[in-house]
Ligand binder design. Structure first.
Ligand code: PLP
Length: 248
């Protein structure tokens, strides 16, 4: 929740910063539209999450004015430090979540994109059900489609087995799948990862009764490869550097 008294004390965002971020936003929207045109998709089916890790709250206030209202963070603590200082933003957690921070994550984030185990899902479900008022939390299931040992996420076969338990959780709205592609020199190299996530989603959703509880969202694609991800069906792209510049 935004503390209104804290929000009222904030300095107004810098006009030059707003102009620069508006222009970066427009550029990314144009690339999204181009990728949608190539794929015969409607651009309104793609949502942009502006990944704001390391970006200070003053700049994020300018980002909100520039229309970047959905922000992604990969650490609970960093988001907690920003939430009250950036009124008007909605936050997605895109990084790994330790169970002991689950309650704080539910307080800071509207959507948790990085649910990567049944234990974590069950804990989030219990906490969401205990909240007053209880809330049904939108989540995505992170999948390690490449079997990359450095990456978090369900192994695809494990997810097939776990899906009935996950979609039965009362207080979680399992909107779809998320993946982090492997680091690649060329955007094209990420395409097989994106194809695999979409194929897994289709298989899970058509395969069984529990698949009916899995939503169609596909969060995939970052600054270097979001156009390719959209060609392969991304409904959420998580873009940091292409909006905010490189992180130092
Ligand atoms: C940092 C990050 C992004 C954004 O990466 P960019 O290369 O800056 O676009 C997307 N997803 C996750 C999970 C991240 O940690």
């Amino acid at each position: 929740m935004v503390d209104p008294s804290a929000a009222a004390r904030l300095a107004p965002p810098d006009a030059g910063e707003i102009a620069a971020l508006s222009s970066a936003h427009e550029h990314v929207l144009a690339s999204i539209a181009d990728a949608c045109a190539r794929a015969g998709r409607d651009p309104s089916t793609v949502r942009l999450v502006a990944v704001s890790k390391t970006v200070p709250p003053e700049r994020l206030r300018a980002a909100v004015v520039a229309g970047l209202t959905t922000l992604g963070e990969n650490r609970v603590q960093e988001a907690e430090a920003k939430v009250d200082l950036v009124p008007g933003a909605t936050w997605h957690l895109v990084g790994p979540l330790q169970s002991n921070k689950a309650k704080r994550a539910l307080a800071a984030f509207a959507t948790i994109e990085s649910v990567d185990s049944v234990d974590l899902a069950e804990r989030l479900d219990r906490l969401a059900g205990e909240a007053r008022p209880a809330i049904r939390v939108p989540i995505l299931l992170q999948v390690n489609v490449d079997g990359d040992p450095a990456k978090a996420g369900f192994e695809p076969d494990d997810l097939v087995a776990a899906l009935p338990r996950l979609t039965a959780l009362e207080w979680l709205d399992v909107r779809g799948l998320m993946t982090v592609g492997r680091l690649a020199d060329r955007a094209e190299d990420a395409r097989p990862t994106f194809i695999a996530l979409r194929a897994l989603s289709e298989r899970l959703r058509s395969g069984s009764a529990s698949g009916a509880g899995l939503g169609p969202e596909l969060s995939m694609g970052m600054s270097d490869d979001y156009a390719v991800a959209i060609e392969e069906g991304a409904t959420i792209v998580r873009v940091g550097r292409a909006l905010f510049g490189s992180r130092v």
